[in-house]
Design a protein around this ligand. Structure first.
Ligand SMILES: O=C(O)CCC(=O)C(=O)O
Ligand SMILES: [Fe+2]
Length: 219
């Protein structure tokens, strides 16, 4: 018997979805703390890092066992075939999540929460609507998120989480031609001046409201 490193297994699974040539985009560990670890509001990933087509997919690996009360990833099946949604608020500020009126349109009975033992891998497309609830359990929920695409998908905005592996071909060969999907994509702000995290961006409105109080308290 041979054992296959989990990351190689990830690359194979992505190849099943996007074709034989697979490119790495970015990686992050979303560490949702126990007893109040932040929710992630409903959003689509693609507008954080638009590409010339919609092949990008995120593979998430649960580092610990993840049950329903730890805030697992919740996805809306079929939503990748729907429109790209607005992730700016009514003041035209990027908030990286849906407006309340768009959240209200989601049929919550169709949402699937992806639970699993440590090492389980979730995969969702860059247009899939997804979210996760706060973690009120006593066990944290670390989720390692690796983003890949078909090799012929070219990012055309600044990568918010660049690394030396950005653009590395992890399976197959580099593309000679870029593939352009004609469907439009919502653009993010210019990240070249820096990026924080999805948690910080989505809470920004609340932060702004609380900031005058926080500043006053510190004086
Ligand atoms: O950590 C989570 O539950 C989801 C994170 C996510 O969707 C993202 O960072 O884009
Ligand atoms: Fe996401």
């Amino acid at each position: 018997m041979t054992s296959i490193p989990r990351i190689t297994w990830n690359h194979r699974a992505i190849a099943d979805l996007v074709g034989p040539d697979v490119k790495f985009h970015q990686s992050k560990l979303n560490f949702k703390w126990s007893q109040g670890g932040d929710e992630v509001k409903w959003h689509q990933d693609i507008s954080f890092w638009p590409h010339t087509n919609y092949s990008p997919c995120t593979a998430g690996t649960y580092v610990y066992d993840c049950t329903a009360d730890q805030g697992p990833l919740g996805v809306l099946p079929g939503s990748h075939s729907g429109p790209v949604v607005n992730q700016y608020n009514d003041k035209d500020e990027w908030v990286g999540c849906l407006r309340p009126e768009d959240v209200a349109k989601i049929d919550m009975s169709k949402v699937v929460y992806l639970e699993g033992p440590a090492g389980s891998v979730t995969i969702h497309n860059c247009r899939t609507l997804h979210h996760s609830k706060a973690n009120w359990s006593v066990i944290p929920r670390p989720l390692l998120l690796n983003v890949y695409s078909a090799a012929d998908a070219m990012p055309y905005t600044y990568n918010p989480l660049p690394s030396k592996y950005f653009g590395a071909i992890v399976r197959g060969k580099p593309a000679r031609w870029a593939y352009h999907d004609p469907r439009p994509c919502l653009l993010p702000p210019d990240w070249s001046g820096g990026y924080t995290s999805i948690f910080a961006l989505q809470q920004e409105e609340d932060w702004k409201k609380d900031r005058p109080k926080a500043v006053a308290a510190a004086m």
